[in-house]
Design a protein. Sequence first.
Lengths: 69, 385
Amino acid sequence: MNTSPASDREARYGTGIMVLALVSLAAVLAIAWGEVAGHRLVAGGAVGVILLAYSFILLFLRKGGFTGV
Amino acid sequence: MYSRLLARLLSWTLRLDVAINRVYPEDFNPLYYTGGLSNLFLTVLVLSGIFLFLYYIPSFNDAYASVQFITLQVPYGQIIRGVHRYSADAFMIAILLHFFRNWFTDRFRFSRDEPWISGMMLLLFSGFLGVTGYVLVWDERSQLLVAMTGRTLAAVPGVGGWLQSMWQGSSGISNLLLPRMLYLHVGLAVLLYILLWWHYVRIRHPKVWPPAVWTLFSLGLIFLLTGLVPTLSQPPAHPESVPRTLTVDWFFLLPYVGLTVLSPLVLIALAVVITVYGLYIPYELPETPAALGIRDSGIAQVVDANCTGCELCYYDCPYNAIVMAPSPHPGVTKAAQARKLLAIVLESRCVECGICIGACPFEALELPRLLERDVQEQVVAACRA
């Protein structure tokens, strides 16, 4: 089993990315619910959550060494 | 004293950069993209503003109702209104960060005076644009803003009455007010883009857009805020009575708070002094190269015989001081004989930095008072010493 600092880092940020992906999925459901139930402020806020989650996913991809230099 | 203060502020700014670079990858540092972030928020403002413009009616009887219609009836109208409102605040924050960062890091000297002056104007007009936006809602705050602004303008000696009627459309509140505000709001937004062109024209590689991480983060934060703290109007304006309490937006309406402790004339004098000083900042300290201890290398010269027209200097010059023109004749060296273009240095734009010298692999540029052999001699002398 590889326990180098690099793989530790990858595991840490990889877990973060998975959590954020789940948060994004929940936000998508919130958008659908907001639209169906007429709570459009919730839907708008959920769009914000998705964009925020994506921004951190991009950051974690980079910091985890999955992308970039 | 002022120089020492600037040196201290520069040191703090650089330390902040280092601290942020420990958390973020260097090319993600948001302080490197304050200008790009301003541009992003301006774009969001324009797009959401076009949407709001389609529904807005600029008349006393209908303005408030049309804003309420956008907020409560139009699908996602409240979200778009909130995005417009929070983007405006974010725009001001980004501009102010950009302003202070460039001030503290000395990025206003020599050929950077034009970006500085245009940036100051962008800041001033953006502030005024925000005020006109608040007036358009035509609620109690709008009414108070119109009254406070009119009273302040009226205090200007000599032309006060004229300024007040220019602002309001007449000596009192008239039906001309809201169309005038709408015109100022939209017209000034167009003017911002003209000023932006001036802001960028001398910069070769402006960072006009933030990295994707910060674009997503900024948009996400705006949408989230819109959902959590919805934008609502205050009670509608009543021309027969002016409200007494102003609900303050600290990014746009701060000068109006000053009116509670300062007289209108003192506030105007203060605003004029701050503005004039801001415009004077690039010229405040001695600007001659000798006074600043900078070498006087002379305007960069193109060595016609060696230039191959490769454009490397053209792309590397940060000041847009090099243009490429069709070559009237071939060069002398073998590499330059087949050239189609020739580099030309615009003297008025050259700051004698020498970047083009480093960019050119063909020794086709030189600084007349700092030739390569002089540099080599200086390096040898420094090594011996």
